[in-house]
Design a protein around this ligand. Sequence first.
Ligand SMILES: *Cc1c(COP(=O)(O)O)cnc(C)c1O
Length: 473
Amino acid sequence: MSRTRPSPSEADPDTRAGFRALPSVASLLADPELRLAADLDETHLAVAVNEALRRERAAVGRGATPTREEVIARIRTHVAKVGKPRLGPLINATGILIHTNLGRAPVSPAAAVAMAAAAANPVALEIDPATNRRGGRMDEIAGLVRLLTGAEATLIVNNNAAAVFLVLSAVAAGREVVLSRGEAVEIGGGFRIPDILRQSGATLVEVGTTNRTYPADYAAAIGDGTAALLKVHPSNFAVTGFVRETTVAELAEVGRARGIPVIDDQGSGALLDASRFGLGREPTIADSVAAGAALVTASGDKLLGGPQAGLIVGQAAWVEAVARHPLARAVRADKTCLAGLATTLRHYVRGEAAEQVPVWRMVSAEPDEIRSRGERLVAHLSQRAPRAGGRVVPTEATTGGGSLPGQTLPSFAIALDPGDGDAPDRLAERLRTGDPGVFGRVESDRVLLDLRSVLPEDDDRLVAAVASALATV
Ligand SMILES: *Cc1c(COP(=O)(O)O)cnc(C)c1O
């Protein structure tokens, strides 16, 4: 067996000195500052310290010559990080309203309360309290979705990727699925429709061209092996110009004549018409259902504004067939998700979504309102951090999260100039790692904090976080 790292005894003198400089586990465990930094008990502190020391030893073995102080500082940082919660709340000032890397849509306060209560308590998840009989996991949500979209039945799963995979597995395994070449897309994070199709056991039959696909292209591709016609919303890009897209209604007509169901991966989960708020018309779930799709899939945490979930809605016989597939159990949603989703859907049936669902509050905010918030924040900031020099500048925000590609919403940002001896990237980093963390973007040597993606109730926390990041150069 070959050894890649020298042991202390056979290493050169510098490396030997490096090993000697490493503190002992016992001395580290006795270090009061280290114990204070880590929110860990005795046993797990020792594990974390050993882990960090192993890394230090490996670095010395590769020729590094850190001082004892450097090593101790790094180990303190390491154990502090292990003990520190990573998923604390932060402020999204990127101007991307649905930011996948920041956890997508924040849910409404009422939905958050419902999720916390469901998490901490038993709930009647699969039991009818009136009869004490089993069943009903989807009853409440299916009733709400029916009111909102006209869909006969609903199944909620872990996310939309799971929804698409489950639907294709249940409907099309071992058979063919017809899809436009313009819709054989990658949604993001490696989620490629052709790959998902293959994984589900279906065979992809591509029709048309990347920019033009006609109903007749689908009709010509239908044969004995055809299981479904698939439509996929090209979430994160827009094709413009010489384009002909076959609509869900046209597909349903083609399918009806041959007894083939249409599956529509609608994506965004929009239940409100975005054009009410000056955006383009994003198809809603109700549009797909009305157009005759047998099955519609969508995300819960994009324009719907709920928790992470995948919605499978449509005709009862098809949804039931999907629910019976063995994979359904593997991708099912938990009680916390269902409680949050039900509360979110109730905002829509009450007609209060634009006022209660955070994503729609952000979308519907008036630019003037955003500008005056910015001016108020800059005034507060100049009191708390006189060298801040923030200014309010116009920006363009986007909905993000695979919805309304290419469209922007007029917005305003606070532009922060880093002072002398500071740099925009360093200021942005201090903001991200502050408490609460603030995520903005760096543009022309300034840090921009876009206020359309920040809810007004977070304004005070934003000022405090910025003032402290500016104070700690
Ligand atoms: C976002 C999206 C997906 C993936 O949904 P997740 O909820 O991220 O799993 C699939 N299809 C379309 C059209 C989408 O927009």
